[in-house]
Design a protein around this ligand. Structure first.
Ligand code: GLN
Ligand code: ZN
Length: 730
């Protein structure tokens, strides 16, 4: 090989939830009072130890990123930034303060939660009303003084960018948070000369304005001379840092993580030379496909030899991957966290010994070219073709799922364990469906649903029925707090063997004269909540998954369904981040969303096409719906006091207005706000929507609620609709 010093492999984050989701069970036991504080402390110490040990055994070093709930929240707590009335309790009962901030309490809402960049992880957004003075680690974050272990903290720049500031100036906060972190590093060094510090600065990968640059300078003004044996590492796990950032931090003695394909440019503009160590991203920390090492070797061979250490890292923490492919039925070529870490260690060893790097087995897959957008019949023509549905004004409906009681979960478990045969299972599901139909009729709902009792998860259910996807048994990934999801793997253009949902729809429709909605998950949501193959552009992925979903809509229509709902809660999920190259990436994403939605919703005029959206912030993606041809949308509303996005959707189409059901109650709450509040929420929309365009429905699916809860909520909802109808008649 070239003349480089031998590179070492490092991780910058590792899944903390535990191979069997031990942290989840521990947290949930503590919250439900089934564990004393001392037991919790013991359990957490053990899990943290195992977390570090696992990394060391694979790669020879570890990242101590073992937070309990969320790294942003816990950084804010360590900096003394909990709200004033809770601040003094942090020392006595930090877990309780953590719980209140993360989950709320009787009389106090939680801090909000929002998406972590373009991942499915959600962080807690601190509301910062004071300046930090010092950093005091939470008890479960006390550095352990173990060798070869980096202690992580969210960096001061990202803390400012990711928090809500309440009366504090951004630069003052950046500089105070920076000083507290640097002082902590210097203090640590006095007792532990080998102390390693990792500062996570994901926001440094986004495009920066002149103000942002001033913020960065304020945050890092005092970071020079930390005096650590190994320079502190600044990770930039999303997007890419600007050359100026790399140079500025390098001159202060900090090593900045840089992408492999940026190295040449950084060498050219001198930023590389300003780095005390070279930390280079060589593998995709979020992909479940094993990585190709050939660019790594090529790069290392071409680098100037400056005698400084070179560290190879994954692009991100491996927390976005499940633990291991071991025990899964997956073809060769997949790697989860353990396998990725081992691979990285093996690459470093091979480079050191001058051996060949092993390339992974990859089968090449052809993805179809994206098709054209074709206009659906006009909105007026569709209205006319759907008039015989004969719905009342302010039609009532639900989002799809009904309570998944213990009985439902047990049925699935017994089917899985072989205790229940498929035919007997189906009979039980059918009984649940017909009962649910009768129940909805008696509650007075106009457009009914079958209830989704047969579905575990709205994406996994379809992935299991489509060739081209792999699903896992234990492939859990943290979504927020203690909650995990099990994303399927989209490996090839998916294909169905036949209808996936028609049987259940038929059972439901046979039990009533009212219309039953067919119920599907949309292609964009399926792609965004799955692991995706490397190198395939978003538009081709959306388009490929749109094919079997559009076929399924057709199958429902052929079976007689007059209303079909295709849920798209996650359209915005992976809207490309505001990096310097955002425009080009957003163009591809937008093109794909438009083509895929159009393909799915472009159905015969007499089929009333519904969608449902309930996630995050809609702003940028509203225009992507412009050529979808959707007739009715149920949109989350009850937790927001801002109707502007509903207004945007209402005005979006050239050929008339979208019919919209703004959610009238929050499905996350067991309580009903009452029919009066629901009616008021609806009244609000009469200001700008024609009465014939307003639907009445909850914010989202009801699967996590109990029957008595939904009974109250839906009875109130029907009463609210009737109230509007009679106020109009009068
Ligand atoms: N139809 C799904 C349900 O009702 C929609 C869920 C979602 O939007 N997240 O559960
Ligand atoms: Zn929803």
């Amino acid at each position: 090989m070239g003349h480089m010093s031998a590179p070492t492999a490092r991780l910058i984050g590792y899944p903390r939830i535990g191979p069997r989701r031990e942290l989840k069970w521990t947290l949930e036991r503590a919250w439900s009072g089934r564990m004393t504080p001392a037991e919790l402390q013991g359990a957490v110490a053990e899990l943290r130890g195992a977390h570090l040990e696992e990394q060391r055994s694979i790669i020879g070093s570890a990242v101590d990123d073992f937070v309990l709930y969320d790294g942003v929240l816990e950084t804010a707590m360590q900096l003394g930034l909990a709200p004033a009335d809770l601040r003094t309790r942090v020392a006595d009962d930090p877990f309780d303060v953590l719980t209140v901030l993360a989950r709320g309490a009787q009389d106090r809402p939680a801090w909000e939660m929002t998406k972590w960049f373009d991942t499915n992880y959600h962080y807690v957004v601190p509301v910062i009303a004071a300046l930090p003075e010092e950093l005091v680690p939470l008890p479960w974050r006390q550095p352990l003084g173990s060798a070869e272990t980096a202690w992580t903290v969210l960096g001061p720049y990202s803390l400012v960018k990711l928090s809500k500031l309440d009366g504090v100036a951004p630069e003052a906060l950046a500089s105070a948070a920076g000083r507290a972190i640097w002082a902590f590093g210097r203090l640590q060094r006095t007792t532990d000369p080998g102390f390693r510090l990792q500062i996570d600065e994901p926001s440094l990968g986004m495009a920066m304005s002149a103000e942002d640059e001033a913020l960065l300078d304020a945050a890092y003004a005092d970071a020079a001379d930390l005096g650590l044996e190994e320079p502190a590492l600044v990770t930039v796990q999303f997007g890419r840092p600007a050359g100026r950032t790399v140079a500025a931090l390098g001159r202060r003695g900090l090593a900045v993580q840089v992408p492999l394909d940026a190295v040449e440019e950084l060498v050219g503009d001198g930023a590389w030379d300003a780095q005390p160590e070279h930390v280079v991203t060589v593998m995709d920390g979020r992909s479940v496909w094993a990585d190709d090492p050939s660019p790594v070797r090529e790069l290392l061979d071409g680098l100037p030899n400056d005698g400084r250490p070179v560290r190879l890292v994954p692009s991100t923490s491996l927390m976005f991957l499940p633990y291991t492919v071991d025990g899964e039925e997956l073809p060769a070529g997949f790697a989860f966290a353990r396998e990725k870490a081992a691979q990285l260690a093996a690459w470093a060893a091979a480079l050191r010994d001058g051996n060949e790097l092993e390339a992974p087995a990859r089968t090449s897959v052809a993805w179809p070219e994206v098709g054209e957008v074709r206009a659906r019949a006009g909105r007026e023509a569709r209205r006319a073709a759907q008039a015989d549905l004969d719905l009342p004004r302010y039609p009532t409906t639900t989002t799809g799922s009904l309570p998944q009681t213990r009985e439902v979960r047990q049925l699935r478990r017994r089917l899985g364990s072989g205790e229940l045969e498929a035919a007997a299972y189906e009979r039980e599901v059918d009984r649940l469906i017909t009962d649910a139909i009768a129940w909805q009729e008696s509650t007075g709902i106009d457009v009914l649903v079958h209830g989704e009792f047969e579905r575990t998860d709205m994406v996994e259910y379809f992935a299991e029925r489509l060739d081209g996807f792999h699903t896992t048994r234990n492939g859990w990934v943290l979504s927020y707090g203690s909650r995990c999801t099990r994303p399927p793997i989209l490996a090839a253009p998916p294909m169905a063997h036949g209808p996936m949902t028609v049987r259940e729809w038929r059972i439901a429709q046979a039990a009533t004269n009212r219309p039953v909605k067919g119920m599907l998950t949309g292609p964009v949501t399926i792609v965004n909540w799955s692991f995706r193959p490397p190198g395939v552009p978003d538009d081709q992925l959306f388009w490929a998954v749109a094919q079997p979903i559009a076929t399924e809509v057709r199958a429902l229509a052929d079976a007689g369904a007059r209303i079909v709902q295709v849920d798209e809660p996650a359209v915005r999920e992976r809207w490309p981040l505001p990096t310097v190259d955002a425009d080009a990436r957003r163009a591809v994403y937008a093109r794909g969303v438009r083509a895929a939605l159009n393909h799915v919703f472009n159905q015969p005029a007499h089929v009333q096409m519904h969608t449902h959206m309930c996630y995050g912030d809609f702003g940028d993606i509203v225009p992507l719906w412009a050529d979808a041809g959707v007739d009715v949308a149920s949109i989350e509303f009850s937790r927001s006091n801002d109707a502007s996005y509903i207004h945007q959707f209402y005005e979006l189409f050239d050929d008339g207005h979208l019919q919209i059901g703004p959610g009238v109650f929050d499905v996350h709450s067991p309580h009903s706000p009452g029919s009066e509040t629901m009616a008021e929420r609806l009244e609000h929309f009469r200001a700008f929507m024609a009465p014939g365009d307003i639907w009445v429905n909850p914010d989202c699916g009801l699967k996590t609620r109990s029957w008595p809860e939904v009974e109250r909520q839906l009875t109130d909802m029907v009463a609210a609709a009737r109230r509007l109808r009679s106020s109009e008649a009068g």
